[in-house]
Ligand binder design. Structure first.
Ligand code: GTP
Ligand code: MG
Length: 197
């Protein structure tokens, strides 16, 4: 799929105020600093459509972007950032629960995990939660430019082993890098297929 247009629509802390249109929607979620906003910029070929930062906790709101005038990409705040207060964590949990509970437009979520790390409980618990709530998701491994192919393979295997303990199949997954555009075409093709279903 070619990206012909990508526009920022709005930022919200209230799910009820998100766009009312029925356009298909794809949400990017994962730990703080995993590369959600960078991935959105890479996919849309816009350098600073989504705001990125080296400091975790940059994205604080639900951000909608309209792509090719017919689908939405959603940039969500990260979870699992230790230096956030308990209250902030609660607020975050509430609006993420609301987001996934209320957005009927959501076709699938992309759960981003840093390819350099071994499977982390916070990510596995989040995937479990999505599964229990019947929310389809794919895994997106990020920052693949930081590892050699063999190490990438090992990390993916580690995920497969642990996920297959509680899931029948390994969820769909993508290996990406926002620095060198690895995985861009595969991800866009996947979204295109879902849009046309
Ligand atoms: P929050 O909004 O804080 O939750 O973070 P985020 O998940 O949106 O991460 P963001 O895209 O802001 O990126 C965090 C940091 O990782 C930035 O310094 C990026 O430059 C870097 N980064 C993101 N993707 C990649 C990648 O594919 N490769 C490399 N090498 N660095 C990356
Ligand atoms: Mg962000």
């Amino acid at each position: 799929m070619k990206i012909k247009s990508a526009e920022f629509v709005m930022s919200n802390s209230d799910v009820e105020k998100c766009p009312k249109s029925r356009l298909p929607e794809y949400a990017f979620i994962g730990r703080s600093n995993v590369g959600k906003s960078s991935l959105i910029n890479m996919l849309t070929q816009r350098k600073s459509l989504a705001k990125t930062s080296g400091r975790p906790g940059k994205t604080q709101l639900i951000n909608h972007f309209l792509i090719n005038k017919n689908w939405h990409l959603v940039d969500l705040p990260g979870y699992g950032y230790a230096r956030v207060s308990k209250t902030a964590k609660k607020v975050f949990q509430k609006f993420i629960t609301q987001y996934f509970g209320l957005r009927e437009q959501l076709v699938t979520a992309f759960v981003l995990v840093d390819i350099r790390h071994n499977p982390q409980p916070v990510d596995l618990e989040f995937m479990q939660w999505l599964g229990e709530n019947g929310i389809p998701f794919s895994i997106v491994f990020t920052k693949a430019d930081k590892l050699k192919p063999k190490a990438i393979e090992n990390h993916v295997e580690a995920y497969k082993t642990i996920l297959l303990e509680s899931w029948e199949d390994m969820p769909n997954y993508f290996i990406t890098s926002s620095s060198n555009e690895t995985g861009k075409d595969d991800l866009l093709e996947y979204i295109d297929e879902l849009n046309n279903n």
